[in-house]
Design a protein around this ligand. Structure first.
Ligand code: HEC
Length: 129
């Protein structure tokens, strides 16, 4: 195979992977903070104080409790640097062997993304708790 044919073939494989993996494509979009809109933050706030039960451990205003750390600006332990993608990851996968389970309260992945958008926005002074 010539180098040119090989490079075209590689691109074809990459494209096929992107097409057949909506989850990967969705996460790439989800982790883009410019995609965060107020409606998403509002939904995340509702999930935090409702279905997700996050407030029970992390506090009504993200201030933390004896059970779980604050989710306001702090030295992040699991969600590295408080990055949006890292926050989504922790909420989706949980932190093994801790009270932080994956998708707390049985929230959906979309709800996890919204609640992450809410936490990220509060951290970056773009929303109130
Ligand atoms: C039953 C208690 C509990 C509930 C409910 C809970 N968490 Fe947690 N969460 C924890 C604990 C404990 C940790 C710290 C884990 C560790 O020891 O590293 C944590 C860690 C986190 C972190 C990482 C913090 C860091 O410093 O990196 C995020 C983000 C987070 N939780 C978000 C949420 C969200 C969003 C919800 C609701 C959908 C939620 N949690 C529900 C207990 C809880």
């Amino acid at each position: 195979m010539s180098e040119r044919v090989r490079s075209v073939a590689r691109r074809g494989v990459a494209l096929a992977m992107a097409w057949t993996s909506p989850v990967l494509a969705q996460q790439a979009v989800a982790a883009d903070t410019s995609a965060i809109v107020p409606a998403m933050v509002d939904l995340g706030r509702a999930v935090f104080h409702g279905k997700g039960m996050c407030f029970a451990c992390h506090g009504q205003a993200l201030e933390g409790t004896q059970v779980a750390p604050t989710l306001k600006a702090h030295v992040w332990r699991d969600a590295k640097n408080g990055d949006y993608a890292a926050i989504i990851d922790v909420i989706t996968k949980g932190v093994p062997s801790t009270a932080m389970v994956s998708l707390p309260g049985g929230i959906t992945r979309a709800e996890a993304t919204s609640v992450a958008a809410y936490i990220w926005s509060v951290n970056n002074r773009k929303a109130k708790p």
